[in-house]
Each structure stands twice: as structure tokens, then as C-alpha cells.
Design a protein around this ligand. Structure first.
Ligand code: LLP
Length: 467
């Protein structure tokens, strides 16, 4: 049964002061540095990225557009590579992948994690060395496994007993040996949104350590001909700030590693602790840098291995968001500005932009917080509490729930939302037949469209009634 009542979103979000962490900017012409990519700054109120002003950028590609700061991406990839020297760093392509980015990842000396045939296709098209690709997924088909094996993928992460049998069949067919990891569930409740936590027991990924399935999976993999077990894999979730989750996971996975060595007589040479390192979307977020993460994680693993009396495995990690997230921002054009009077007379300013949940579903899906700035000009107008919304046909089509914007924000202004590199373009949809926006890479004053805007022809290409 459904009921209706008078209050909606606005009511539910409480007072119009906005959330407690949100403050009006002291200088609207300044950016909060840790939310933006390295080369982003304002000149007379106008956002510049990669040596180009935002108006120069959108003059060629129009809005909405994702702007990818190449220098920033490479710097973050390089920071992980250097901080985790001696580890293998796999960039998680699910956060954002195109052939150009796959090439940057390879040039920066990282490996690549893919989790679908589509991502694998992009990686191979980019010329990525298959031996440095890891293949994830909880339901890989025989066809996908055949393709991965034929391509010589470096490691396949196995996630179910069905998959072990399937892979054994594929390697028997082809007379090859596949190198694998076994994904285990460490029983950790990561402090993140429920949909992106992956190491508690009641979810679809991995083999439970507690139930004994993980040990059984290892036993079966060791018995299977044509499968070479590299080690255990654990990924506890995404957008995590607190290293205690990784600590608990590492402890449990290493305890299993020790059991495997005593009970099965096998020393597994590798171990993967997954990705999930959080980034700053708003001023309330305070992420660790790669050097801190590396120190903490190495210390945990070293300490546990010493205690268990087992050799330290070669470690790998899989950051996605922490590399590409802050490297991109989305630029929108304001279409309408609507002050809406709420109960008690307070006013919320709804600013509609030319994109929305089709280019950033994260606000609607995970209740994610974002920030934004007026990107095309300066303004002295006193700030108003604004909600930046898209142009889709539902009220939950919100891009930025709460932000202070200059009170004279008007149609034609450009707004930029930082931190949209991860899981925005990669989760974009054609809802309401929106055309998915381009990704424009910028560097040293040069802009390069690395993913073009979709066209009406793209939309109609799958519509067979149009033939
Ligand atoms: N490794 C594995 C096995 C994963 O499943 C993931 C993310 C990663 C690495 C990379 O995690 P990252 O470092 O990017 O947090 N769409 C959600 C996030 C889903 C994450 C899925 N797996 C979001 O927008 O927050």
C-alpha cells in the first residue's frame, strides 16, 4: 500500500542551512584544492583545467562534458606505483576505462583490472599487455573464460565453484594453464554504502572464509588440472577511509593462507587486498594518500606474517576511484533557476543543468555528496543554498544535493562538479534517450576528445524499427 503526504525531498533533507559540514565559500573565486584535479584553478572566476579555460573547452565540445586532467591522472597513478613499489598495482578499469586511459595506465607502469568482456576488449584494443591484466567478475561465462584464456590474461579471479569447473573445462579444451586467484570473503563490515560493501557474508562475491568454502575452493583449484593458483584475493568495498577494515581483512586472509600452508602443504606466492580507497567529494572527506596507505598496509601484512610464521606473499592492490576520481570534473550549462519556497518560508534554489542522473547516477543511487562551483565567471552576489538537478523526468534526478552558489546564478552559466572521474561516465545511461557526454582529456593547453559525445545515430543504431 502506498500513502501520500505533504513533504518531499526538500522536507526530508531538513533545515535550509544545509548539512552541518557545508559552509558558504569564503572566496567564491577559489577552489577547495583537494576536491579538484592538480591543474584546476580559477582565473577571474573562470575555471581552467589543463591549461585551458572552461569556455575554450566547451566551445568545441559543448556541455555536459567530462574533463579529464591527464597530468593529474598520471600523477595519481604514479603516486600509487611509487608508494607501492614491490607490489603490483592494478588500475580498476570499472571506475573509468577507454583506450587512451588504458594506454596511460600501461605507460605509468601499472597493471589493469577488468571485470567484463567489454572492458577486456577495450584493454586489448589499447594494446595492453594481456599478461598484466587481471580478470574479475562473479559470473564469467564459458565464452568469456575462453577469450580470457586465449588472450593470455595474467590472472583470473575465481568467484564460485561453478566458475572453477568452467575454467577447468576451458583449460582442458585448449591444453593451457590459467593463473588464478581465489576471491574470499573476509567477513568485514566496511563502513561505506551498503551497495558497495563487499566483504560481509550476505552478498554475492567471493568464498566465505568462515563457512569453510574458501578453503574448499582452494582445495578444488589445487586439484584442478590446467589451473595454477597464485593466491587469495580480498576486496572489502569501495570509498573506504578507515584502514581498520583492510587490517581485519588482511588478518583473516593471511590466517587462511597459513592454514593452506599447514593443511594443504602449499605456500601461495601472492595476495591481493583489492581497491576501495576513498576520495574527497566534499570538504567532509579526508582521504589518506598512497604513501600512508602503503605504509599502513605493508605494516599490517608484515606483522601478521611474522606472527603466523609464513613468508610474506607478493601483494597487489586494485585502486580505481583513487586514481581517476579526482582527475575529472563535469561541466554543465545552467538551464533554469527556480527558487522554491518550503514550509516555514525558507527558499531552496533549484538549479537545473543540461545533464543529470544519466551522466552521474551516484547521487541518486548511493545518496552520494558532491560539490560544485560557478565555473564561467566571478560573482559578488551573496550565496544561496542550491540543489543542482538534472533534466530527467524524476524528482530524484539530483546531481549535487546541497551547495552554496552565488545568488545571481543564471541560465547560461557554466557549473563544474569535481570528483566525477570514477563511476560516472562508466555508469552513465541513455535514460530519457540522453546522449552520453564526451570525455575530453586536457593537457598543456591542448584538449583531446578521448570519448566522443553520443549522437542520435548512436541511439537509433539499436532501434530495429527504424530500418
Ligand atoms: N577491485 C574489485 C574487486 C572491485 O570490485 C572494485 C570495485 C575495485 C577493485 C575498485 O574499487 P575502487 O578503488 O574504485 O573503489 N559504483 C560504485 C563503486 C563500485 C565498486 C565496484 N568494485 C560507486 O560509484 O561508488
Amino acid at each position: 500500500m502506498s500513502t501520500t503526504h505533504e513533504a518531499g525531498w526538500a522536507h526530508a533533507s531538513g533545515a535550509l542551512r544545509g548539512p552541518s559540514w557545508l559552509r558558504p565559500p569564503s572566496d567564491p573565486d577559489a577552489l577547495v584544492p583537494h576536491l579538484w584535479s592538480q591543474t584546476a584553478h580559477k582565473v577571474d572566476g573562470e575555471l581552467h583545467v589543463g591549461g585551458l579555460s572552461v569556455s575554450e573547452l566547451v566551445a568545441n565540445v559543448n556541455t555536459p562534458a567530462y574533463v579529464l586532467d591527464e597530468v593529474d591522472f598520471r600523477a595519481r597513478a604514479g603516486a600509487f606505483r611509487d608508494a607501492f613499489a614491490g607490489y603490483d598495482v592494478f588500475y580498476a578499469g570499472k571506475a573509468f576505462l577507454c583506450t587512451t586511459v588504458a594506454r596511460w595506465v600501461q605507460e605509468e607502469g601499472l597493471s589493469l583490472d577488468v571485470c567484463s568482456d567489454g572492458e577486456l576488449t577495450v584493454a586489448l584494443r589499447a594494446g595492453f599487455d594481456p599478461a598484466r591484466i587481471g580478470y574479475h567478475g562473479n559470473n564469467k561465462t564459458v565464452t568469456e573464460l575462453r577469450r580470457a584464456v586465449a588472450a593470455g590474461i595474467g590472472r583470473i579471479v575465481l568467484d564460485s565453484f561453478d566458475e572453477i569447473d568452467r575454467l577447468a573445462m576451458v583449460t582442458a579444451e585448449t591444453g593451457t594453464t590459467a593463473r588464478v586467484m581465489v576471491r574470499v570473503t573476509a567477513g568485514v563490515e566496511a563502513h561505506t554504502h551498503e551497495y558497495i560493501a563487499t566483504a560481509h557474508e550476505d552478498q554475492k562475491f567471493g568464498f566465505s572464509i568462515t563457512s569453510g568454502d574458501a578453503l574448499e575452493a582452494v582445495r578444488r583449484v589445487l586439484d584442478a588440472p590446467g589451473i595454477d593458483l597464485l593466491g587469495l584475493h580480498s576486496h572489502i568495498g569501495s570509498q573506504i577511509f578507515d584502514s581498520s577494515g583492510f587490517e581485519v581483512a588482511a588478518r583473516r586472509v593471511l590466517a587462511l593462507q597459513a592454514r593452506i600452508s599447514t593443511e594443504l602443504g602449499v605456500v601461495l606466492p601472492e595476495m591481493d587486498l583489492g581497491g576501495g580507497f576513498g576520495i574527497a567529494y566534499t570538504t567532509q572527506d579526508d582521504p589518506s594518500d598512497p604513501a600512508q596507505l602503503a605504509t599502513e598496509m605493508s605494516k599490517i601484512v608484515e606483522h601478521e606474517c611474522r606472527g603466523l610464521g609464513i613468508p610474506e606473499p607478493r601483494l597487489s592492490i586494485e585502486p580505481g576511484r583513487a586514481i581517476v576520481g579526482p582527475a575529472m570534473c563535469t561541466v554543465y550549462t545552467v538551464g533554469t533557476v527556480k527558487p522554491v519556497e518550503l514550509d516555514g518560508g525558507a527558499v531552496r534554489t533549484y538549479v537545473s543543468v543540461d545533464g543529470g542522473m544519466s551522466d552521474n547516477i551516484r547521487t541518486a543511487l548511493y545518496d552520494a555528496d558532491y560539490s560544485c562551483t560557478l565555473a564561467s565567471r566571478t560573482s559578488d552576489a551573496p550565496p544561496v543554498l542550491a540543489r543542482v538537478v538534472g533534466k530527467h523526468c524524476e524528482a530524484g534526478d539530483v546531481v549535487v544535493k546541497d551547495e552554496f552558489l552565488p545568488g545571481d546564478v543564471a541560465p547560461g552559466d557554466l557549473l563544474a562538479v569535481p570528483g566525477t572521474g570514477a563511476y560516472c561516465r562508466s555508469m552513465a545511461s541513455n535514460y530519457n534517450h540522453a546522449l552520453r557526454p564526451p570525455v575530453v582529456a586536457v593537457r598543456d593547453g591542448v584538449a583531446r576528445v578521448v570519448v566522443r559525445r553520443e549522437t542520435v545515430e548512436d541511439l537509433l543504431a539499436t532501434d530495429m524499427g527504424d530500418q
